[in-house]
Design a binder for this molecule. Structure first.
Ligand code: SER
Length: 848
């Protein structure tokens, strides 16, 4: 039995629209991950946006619970039914049917479609929910209906959001198999398996904790697919089902140790965690130091440590990716498309961690020997900071030993390390926008964007809102607010492209943004605006064109990256502005100079080809078949806009050039790493490219002028050489020790220099600089001849004579100025004699 489709078809037959699972990264910024089937519908439940028609939906939603309010990570592997990744079957009523129908549908599905024996089914209700208690009695005898309090039977999505009392359906797996103390209804044991949670959504909880009744009571139900499959396959543990066993068997094969349930926690941890990792990576989340990427890292590292316990000390998780794709790829086809990339990223992360795990475990074990009840926060932090052990991994290692970590100390150290300030795993901290959008959507549903063709539009003001999105009848002169136009030429900020600016009459448009389907422009009013007023909207065409050029170039760049680096490159983020573009993509290593040049060339060639832009509308399926690139996280309508630009083909709603030639030219200005596995290219086109290149040329010309040489490169090389030589000499000369004596307040130095690399002239200068009165003579053998140099400062002697006398002894000659002179010689055997005679001569001269 294919339970996914049985469920969806059942609710389809009850008037529900079937929707595909939304991304794991929700639109709701207060949540880390989609953690329940209702998350994609939150704004409908709260009444922020109008109800769809029909006001009923059903889905099989992929969920992650590994952080934030619903965090199951610690339990995974040790129980029969906790997972970080799971699928939730759900049916949703948006102010349509309520408790009566929800209960009746659930009962019908469980007993008639799943055909679970009625006598094995138990139900719980909230202790104050008499209505549900009564309704259940239509199907279930009273003695199998239990009442519990808020802890068990009140559900809420997060600290804020829609919530309400709930009823749960339990399946009794049989007394004969379970008889632990906790195996009673409402206990912690595994005998009574909760299979379905029906939430009767009646309230919205605000940040201060107050409950406000929702405009229309609604239904949100969630049935764990893994549990139902376990019951249908006659297994007690979700891990024993066809969803997990092939993965567990593969692990057993790799570690060459058979899986035994009682001792199998590590196998189960790995099997669970590889599923989360594959889904997250396939959906574009990568390993990172913070946020969602850090949760992914924690999950994978936890699994690796369990692999380590099984004796797996080399990367192995990546070998399990195929199994996950075999099991899940039929329903989630994007897994197959991303398989190679996912494997590569997992293997890289495995290598990163395995490099340090051994040392980390050693430090952990050493500390454990000194630990009784509380494990050192300092060591836990060291393990975290230096060896990449997330805190919950260390906690997991201590789990069976009943030892806790000194978290206070750990947190204090964490705090000290300020750059971790953003590690809030609860959510990004953004505040979700609320305002009078619902009224506007109900009144107008949406407004028309005419700006692909129209840059100037006479149109009507449909609505006005203040900065907090409260509806106004008029906007006063000088006030800042949002205008909703009937037909707007302003493209809103979306898909990474920054929105249009321009003017509404004479008032400056500061920003244009889309809220749900409402395309609103922010203005600073320089006149009074009223609803229904006819105005003239005019976009800043120059900025629009510049932005379009950068956007089109982004498509060409994406294509060039795939062409040159391979198909594993996928877009991970994009920003398009009027004067620059930034493109993030998955790739495991830094790009070489040669690759960057090739990419730049490829993009410029597509520009030069002067291809006309083609825009087609088709279904998502057709678009994918045609080879168009679609992004996982984007929500697409039934009909999608496919843009062909040069060799690139992508789904996109943005504004673009009509011909690639309009882009002018393309230059990469920077390539860098964003997080592990994600690279970033920053580039400029058109006028911004011209400014960039002109800037570089100007700089180069200034350099040439400064160097007084057109060949700047060889001139710089020469300068660098000279600098290096001087530095060497300086270093060498200061290493030589000159011995001197003082006669008549004059410092005298007569010395032989053995080092051939030293410039004795420098030594003479240094010596003379040091003393008020000085006489110096140095003799050096260099390149098979003898060099002599002498210097005299404020002394009754002539350097020229001094050096000449010595040179003659050495079979040579020379001379020079009174204060400085050089000479040469060749009779090496007489050096000592020359030194001695010079010394005598100087002493005599000075003592006269
Ligand atoms: N939102 C509820 C849950 O997650 C029912 O879908 O349990």
């Amino acid at each position: 039995m294919d339970i996914r489709s049985e469920y969806l078809n059942f609710f389809k037959s009850k008037g529900h629209e079937v929707v595909f699972s939304a991304p794991l990264v929700p639109e709701d910024p207060t949540l880390l991950f989609t953690n329940a089937g209702m998350v994609p519908f939150k704004s409908i439940f709260t009444g922020e946006i109008p109800r769809p028609n029909p006001p009923r939906r059903t889905s099989c939603q992929t969920c992650i619970r590994a952080g934030g309010k619903h965090n199951d990570l610690d339990n995974v592997g040790y129980t029969a039914r906790h997972h970080t990744f799971f699928e939730m079957l759900g049916n949703f009523s948006f102010g349509d049917y309520f408790k009566k129908d929800a209960i009746a549908y659930a009962w019908e599905f469980v007993t008639e479609v799943l055909k679970l024996p009625k006598e094995k089914l138990y139900v719980t209700t909230h202790e104050n929910d008499d209505e549900a208690y009564e309704l259940w009695q239509n199907f279930v005898p009273k003695e199998r209906i239990y009442k519990f309090g808020d802890k068990d039977n009140f559900w809420q999505m997060g600290d804020t959001g829609p919530c309400g009392p709930c009823s749960e359906i339990f399946y009794d797996q049989g007394e004969e198999h379970f008889n632990g103390l906790e195996d009673y209804m409402g206990g912690d044991g595994d005998r009574f398996l909760e299979i379905w949670n029906l939430v009767f959504m009646q309230y919205e909880r605000s940040a201060d904790g107050t409950l406000t009744p929702l405009p229309k009571p609604s239904i949100d139900t969630g049935m764990g697919l893994e549990r139902v499959i376990a019951i249908k396959e006659g297994k007690f543990s979700n891990f024993d089902t066809s969803l997990f066993m092939p993965i567990i068997e593969e692990i057993a094969k790799i570690c060459k140790k058979p899986y035994v349930y009682e001792k199998g926690a590590s196998y189960r941890v790995i099997a669970d965690h590889i599923r989360s990792s594959v889904f997250l990576l396939a959906q574009g989340i990568n390993f990172d130091k913070e946020g969602r990427g850090y949760v992914l890292r924690r999950i994978l590292r936890r699994a690796l440590r369990h692999g380590y316990l099984l004796g797996l000390k080399k990367p192995f998780m990546y070998k399990l990716v195929d199994k996950v794709c075999d099991i899940m790829g039929k329903h989630y086809t994007y897994l197959n498309e991303k398989k190679d990339y996912v494997k590569e990223q997992i293997k890289l992360e495995e290598e990163r961690f395995l490099n340090t795990i051994e040392k980390g475990i050693e430090i952990f074990n050493d500390e454990l020997k000194n630990t009784k009840e509380v494990f050192s926060g300092e060591i836990a932090f060291k393990l975290y900071d230096t060896y990449g052990f997330p805190l919950d991994l260390t906690q997991d290692m201590l789990k069976e030993k009943n030892i806790v970590i000194d978290e206070e100390k750990f947190n204090a150290l964490m705090q000290e390390q300020k750059n971790r300030a953003k590690n809030s795993w609860k959510g990004s901290g953004d505040i979700s926008i609320s305002g009078d959008f619902k009224n506007l959507i109900e009144k107008f549903s949406k407004n028309e964007f005419v700006g692909y063709e129209q840059f100037n539009q006479k149109t009507k003001i449909l609505a006005l809102l203040d900065e907090n999105f409260k509806e106004l009848s008029h906007l006063d002169q000088g006030q800042i607010g949002w205008i909703m136009l009937e037909k707007t030429p302003f493209y809103p900020t979306s898909g990474g492209q920054s929105g249009d600016s321009g003017k509404i009459n004479q008032s400056e448009v500061l920003a244009t943004q889309k809220f749900f389907d409402l395309n609103l422009s922010k203005v600073k009013a320089c006149e009074k605006f009223e609803t229904n007023q006819i105005i003239e909207a005019k976009i800043d065409l120059e900025k629009r064109m510049q932005t379009a050029r950068h956007h089109s170039a982004t498509h060409l760049l994406h294509h060039a990256l795939k062409k040159i680096l391979g198909d594993q490159v996928n877009q991970a983020g994009s920003l398009v502005e009027y004067n620059r573009l930034r493109f993030d993509f998955s790739y495991s290593k830094a790009l070489s100079k040669k690759e960057l040049k090739e990419i730049e060339k490829c993009v410029n060639e597509m520009i030069i080809s002067a291809n006309k832009t083609k825009i087609d509308f088709m279904t998502l399926e057709e678009a994918k078949k045609s080879g168009a690139i679609a992004l996982f996280s984007e929500k697409y309508q039934n009909e999608v806009r496919v843009l062909t630009l040069g060799e690139s083909k992508e789904l996109c709603g943005g504004t673009h050039v009509e011909n690639t030639a309009e882009i002018g030219s393309f230059y990469i200005i920077k390539e860098s790493g964003v997080s592990s596995g994600i690279r970033r290219i920053e580039a400029v086109v058109s006028k911004a490219a011209l400014e960039f290149t002109q800037g570089i040329i100007e700089e180069l010309n200034d350099i040439k002028e400064e160097l007084k040489n057109n060949d700047a490169l060889s001139s710089i090389k020469k300068l660098k050489n000279e600098l290096r030589n001087s530095k060497n000499e300086l270093r060498n000369s200061s290493q030589i020790k000159l011995d001197s004596i003082c006669i008549n307040q004059t410092q005298i130095c007569i010395q032989k220099i053995d080092d051939e690399n030293i410039d004795i002239k420098n030594l003479i200068d240094e010596f003379k600089n040091k003393f008020e009165k000085s006489v110096i003579l140095l003799i050096q053998s260099k390149n098979e001849k003898i060099n002599l140099a002498a210097g005299v400062k404020n002394a009754p002697l002539k350097a020229g004579i001094l050096v000449k006398q010595a040179a003659i002894i050495l079979g040579g000659n020379g001379g020079g100025r009174d204060d400085f002179a050089t000479a040469g010689g060749k009779d090496f055997a007489k050096i000592d004699q020359a030194l001695q005679e010079s010394k005598d001569f100087i002493e005599k001269e000075l003592c006269k």
